[in-house]
Design a protein around this ligand. Structure first.
Ligand SMILES: CC(C)(COP(=O)(O)OP(=O)(O)OC[C@H]1O[C@@H](n2cnc3c(N)ncnc32)[C@H](O)[C@@H]1OP(=O)(O)O)[C@@H](O)C(=O)NCCC(=O)NCCS
Length: 192
């Protein structure tokens, strides 16, 4: 190992300590946290009080969990991640009402899953200023594999032991044991 790589390692220490403190803080603030959860560096969880993470989940580097706080009178949102699930780097999980990720799901890098949309019907108002709404919950079945760069849109239920091909955009439900790919995602084979 060179002097420069030693220096680089030493310079990383403050960031690593910050990441460890952050992970500890999230574990305390989550609505429910199982044992053996591991956090990669640079993870961000907005409103962890609406997030439940089960045993043995690994959230890899720079994954963002973004939960929108409920408006007064609205029911509380809930995002759950089942035991043994692996969330890849740079995943974005966005929840306004309900996102349920099953157990032992394998999620590759750069996946987006969200149950909410920006309103865009008013043409006199920038879209960023229009209220968001949730067309329906998102559910991912146990043991499913979600390929790299996949986008799963609101109101979609994916069954158990499915394969979602790389870069797919999933707009409709996927039954158990199906392999889908493409934009919009279509069945390419059934495993059952
Ligand atoms: C879906 C996948 C698993 C392949 O499944 P498969 O059942 O072996 O599919 P095949 O390779 O036999 O392809 C079947 C058809 O689907 C198409 N296809 C396969 N993967 C596709 C994809 N990601 N997007 C669009 N079309 C795809 C093939 O071109 C083929 O089309 P054709 O019948 O018109 O020739 C694989 O292509 C894939 O996307 N894997 C994810 C890889 C990944 O994300 N890795 C990250 C590391 S965890």
């Amino acid at each position: 190992m060179t002097v420069w790589s030693w220096c680089a390692r030493i310079l990383e220490v403050p960031q690593r300590l910050r990441d460890m403190a952050q992970a500890r803080d999230y574990r305390i603030r989550l609505r429910a946290a199982g044992s053996g959860i591991s956090f990669g560096p640079g993870i961000h969880i907005e409103h962890p009080e609406f997030v439940e993470i089960s045993n043995g989940v690994h959230l890899n580097a720079h994954c963002w969990i973004s939960v929108i706080a409920p408006a007064p009178g609205d029911p509380p949102p809930l995002l759950t991640i089942g035991a043994g699930t692996y969330i890849g780097r740079f995943a974005t999980l966005a929840c306004m009402r309900r996102v349920k990720i099953g157990a032992n799901v394998l999620m590759s890098d750069r996946v987006f899953i969200g149950d909410a949309l920006h309103g865009f019907s008013r043409i006199d108002l920038p879209i960023k200023d229009q209220p968001m709404h949730s067309p329906g919950p998102v559910e991912i079945g146990d043991g499913t594999w979600i390929g790299i760069g996949v986008c799963i849109l609101p109101n979609v239920k994916i069954g158990k032991h499915c394969v979602i091909g790389a870069n797919a955009v999933v707009t409709t439900d996927v039954p158990d044991y199906h392999v889908v790919a493409g934009i919009p995602a279509k069945t390419i084979r059934s495993l059952a």
